[in-house]
Design a protein around this ligand. Structure first.
Ligand SMILES: *Cc1c(COP(=O)(O)O)cnc(C)c1O
Length: 367
């Protein structure tokens, strides 16, 4: 049996007629950029996430970049974030010639460790950018507390965490802005790139709406220097269809996580691998089911499918040599990068497939 990390064809097979119908609708309209489908999706997702506003943009990376632009981040400004995440979280900071300043992560959740945050704040710190990695929220109460003491805005990278919640508040509703990605592998994925920014602040929403269209309020009149980062009507229409299934898909991911936990226990693997830890108060949406073992590289090779996310922490990336960080600077992130491995958790996964994955891992440890 060969089980992929994600099976988008299995998902599409179940929703094809609904999708084709809206694609034909958009084709008949021949209106492709922003417009009513995007507005409807913005409305739907703002309501779902629990914010006043949502602004559709071209990608999750752009959601982050535009959030930083909205804050008027300048060269040499510092933005606090984590070294264990997808490169986009820090790439956008560097794009503005600002400086990513790293804070180590927690060993259980892989999310920003708030106890190390205050020490990193300087007079140049202009934003804090926590990431809700693999589908569960960072400790946002603690992060927001430090942020408010120092009066620093928070931008949430919620790209992997649509629908995740912490103590009743959804990912994307904690910060000044929340950034989401509709990249196909995310829990709500488009048929291409797409992104969204959430906010409760009317002025922030208005500036973001300008920034995504070159700062233009009316044609050929530019109020701000922005960029071209708009969500397509086709993507919005597809996402609106897929959103109707999101709660069901999330529940299935969570059910698969329960099955994994039971099967790992039944197969006596409790002391061989560390299973994902759900922090107290968190609702985890399992964009990834990420396990840990010191034998990661051997197990990864044994399982054959691509399954390792972020093997090189960002402070050790070649392009960041000039930041002056060294091996050992963020020991928890570095250790995680050596030990984590993700297993298939997508909603269409069958019990047989989950059992097969766990049996294969059992074989690995028994050999
Ligand atoms: C996917 C992702 C992004 C970027 O989203 P794109 O839509 O691919 O630009 C940013 N941060 C994290 C944590 C992500 O997983």
């Amino acid at each position: 049996m060969k089980i992929p990390l994600l099976d988008l064809k299995a998902q599409y097979a179940r929703i094809q007629p609904e999708i084709i119908k809206v694609i034909e609708e958009v084709c008949a309209q021949q209106s492709f950029v922003l417009g009513s489908h995007v507005e409807q999706l913005e409305h739907t997702l703002a309501k779902f996430i629990g914010t006043e506003y949502a602004v559709g943009v071209a990608s999750g990376s752009d959601a982050l970049l535009l959030s930083l632009m909205e804050l008027d981040i300048q060269p040499e400004d510092e933005v606090l974030t984590v070294p264990f995440t997808f490169f986009a979280s820090t790439g956008v900071i560097s794009r503005l010639h600002a400086r990513p300043v790293f804070v180590d992560v927690c060993s259980d959740t892989f999310n920003l460790n708030p106890t190390q945050l205050a020490d990193k704040i300087s007079s140049r710190t202009k934003a804090i950018l926590p990431v809700h990695l693999f589908g569960q929220c960072a400790d946002m109460e603690a992060i927001n507390e430090v942020a408010s003491v120092h009066d620093i805005p928070v931008i949430e990278d919620a790209c992997q965490a649509i629908g995740a919640a912490r103590n009743g508040v959804q990912a994307g509703a904690f910060g000044r802005t929340g950034c989401f990605s509709f990249f196909p592998s995310k829990n709500l994925g488009a048929f291409g790139d797409g992104g969204l920014i959430t906010t409760d602040d009317a002025q922030v929403a208005e500036r973001l709406r300008l920034l995504r269209v070159h700062g233009s309020r009316s044609e050929y009149h530019h109020h701000l220097i922005g960029m071209n980062s708009r969500l397509d009507a086709l993507q919005a229409a597809i996402l609106q269809v897929k959103f109707q299934h999101l709660d069901d898909w999330t529940a299935k991911r969570q059910k698969n996580a329960v099955s994994y936990r039971q099967l790992f226990h039944d197969h006596g693997l409790d002391d061989r691998v560390i299973l994902p830890v759900e922090a107290s108060g968190n609702t985890h949406v399992y964009n990834q089911f990420t396990i840990r073992t010191p034998k990661r590289d051997e197990l990864s090779a044994f399982l054959t499918e691509k399954n390792v996310y972020y093997p090189v922490p960002l402070h050790l990336q070649e392009c960041y040599e000039t930041l002056g960080y060294h091996k050992g600077d963020f020991p928890v992130a570095e250790h995680a990068a050596l030990e984590v491995l993700s297993l298939p958790i997508y909603p269409e996964l069958t019990t047989d497939q989950i059992t097969y994955v766990v049996e294969t891992i059992t074989q690995f440890f028994d050999q």
